[in-house]
Write a protein that binds this ligand. Structure first.
Ligand SMILES: *Cc1c(COP(=O)(O)O)cnc(C)c1O
Length: 435
């Protein structure tokens, strides 16, 4: 692999372990132009908010592995729960069988979402699949009720719902992720997010014309994450709920990014006081330990499938559905949310991010600085060389991974004050030397 920059020479690329050189030519990395991307870091261990590299260097992690590791890495409570489960039963199929960690997790997730009547949990193994399941539930909801024609989904520009075909089709088609697959995708209605009276009227006009072909509206509540970390107010979600009710559409909240405290509330839907008909969860569900996702339906949705007719069943069943190890990790993660002051920690992180990143407004080319919960964003008009910028953060001893036109932090909620200060300091330093 080529593309070594002068900056990472000092990181001991020559002294890499044998597994690294032996395997690197056989992996295909995510979202990467393999010819020009900087070689990935050789990581041998993680601990708390630190990533330990094969050459002995340590990086402070600003991203928490795509915001999954909300309690930091290797949390002893989660590790112990997974070890116990491993000894007893790592996995058994969920078709025709059930197990304690899965049923306990279903009960706890629905209890956390109460008083919303989001009451039925369908487990899967990744966020994209959880979205696929939500879309299938929404479309079949109408079929099962004998109402034909309602097969389309309304979604929003700036949105991101995953990389599988159905999820791509409801993500922003102009984003960097999926443009090339346009011809493959079912045509959905991707429209502007209503944020005020004028855009609400425009949104309603689209529905007034086409509601009878629409099954559901899907949105990332409060924060559109991987599409650019864009925030919106509770007003937007109230508009969506009102329009969905007026035209009898289902409303799906994709809380895969926002769930489990990231925005400051346990779930963004609670902060906004708006209840959807279906919600999707993943990312921080297992505290960053194992892959797991959930699609949670309201009673109203579930009841449309409850029948003596086998054709009205939901036809979906991932092989590793409700994997017992992953469910044990998720239950342990929920224990930590109960026992430790995670949401207070998020509030403190928000204050520190504000203080640490606000000065970036003065840097030439910076368009916006925004903070919500444990999410800090510095947005540029454009970023010319993402690769080089990423390498300069690594040279500062931090792992920060800008994309599109933004530099962002989504740290673990357990991050120490001085570690967070190191992250924001590195952003200020690297960005002000950028020009
Ligand atoms: C990450 C993400 C997904 C996709 O999850 P995967 O586990 O990567 O398939 C879907 N929706 C949102 C909001 C996400 O942040």
């Amino acid at each position: 692999m080529t593309g070594n920059t002068s900056e990472n020479k000092g990181m001991g690329q020559d002294a890499q372990p044998a597994w690294y050189a032996g395997g690197l030519d056989h992996v295909w990395l995510p979202y990467a132009q393999m010819k020009t991307a900087s070689p990935p870091l050789a990581v041998t261990a993680t601990c708390g908010c630190r990533i330990i590299l094969a050459d002995g260097h340590e990086l402070i992690d600003g991203i928490a592995s795509w915001w999954t590791a909300c309690h930091g890495y290797n949390h002893p409570h989660i590790r112990a729960a997974v070890e116990r489960q491993l000894a007893q039963m790592p996995h058994v199929m969920f078709g025709g069988m059930a197990h304690e960690p899965g049923l306990m997790l279903a009960r706890r997730l629905t209890a956390l979402l109460a008083p919303a009547d989001l009451d039925r949990v369908f487990f899967s193994d990744s966020g994209s699949v959880a979205v696929e399941v939500a879309l299938k539930m929404a479309v079949q909801y109408w079929r099962n009720r004998g109402i034909p024609g309602r097969g389309r989904i309304v979604s929003f520009k700036g949105g991101y719902h995953g990389d599988t075909t159905g999820a791509m089709a409801v993500s922003d088609p102009e984003g960097n992720f999926h443009t090339v697959f346009r011809g493959l995708l079912p045509r959905q209605l991707v429209v502007d997010l209503p944020t005020d009276d004028a855009s609400a009227a425009a949104f309603e006009a689209i529905l007034a014309e086409r509601a009878d072909e629409v099954a559901a509206i899907i949105v990332e509540p409060s924060v559109q994450g991987a599409g650019g970390m864009r925030f919106h107010e509770a007003l937007t979600l109230r508009i969506l709920r009102a329009v969905a009710d007026r035209y009898e559409l289902l409303l799906i909240f994709d809380e895969i990014f926002t769930g489990f405290g990231r925005t400051g509330a346990m779930f963004a839907l609670q902060d906004a006081g708006v209840v959807p008909d279906i919600v999707t969860l993943s990312k921080a569900l297992t505290g960053g330990t194992l892959p797991l996702a959930a699609t949670i339906a309201s009673r109203k949705v579930f009841e449309a499938f409850w029948s003596d007719d086998p054709a009205k069943a939901l036809m979906h069943g991932p092989t590793f559905m409700a994997n017992a190890l992953a469910c044990a990790a998720a239950n342990a993660s929920l224990d930590l949310f109960e026992r430790e002051p995670r949401l207070d920690q998020v509030a403190k992180i928000a204050a520190a991010l504000r203080q640490g990143l606000e000065p970036c407004r003065a840097i030439p080319g910076v368009k916006d600085v925004r903070i919500k919960g444990a999410i800090g964003v510095v947005e540029f008009d454009r970023i010319e060389n993402l690769n080089a910028l990423r390498q300069r953060f690594i040279a500062q001893g931090v792992f920060i991974r800008p994309f599109g036109s933004i530099v962002y932090l989504t740290p673990a909620f357990t991050i120490a004050e001085d570690e967070l200060a190191t992250l924001t300091g590195a952003i200020r330093r690297v960005l002000s030397q950028r020009a």
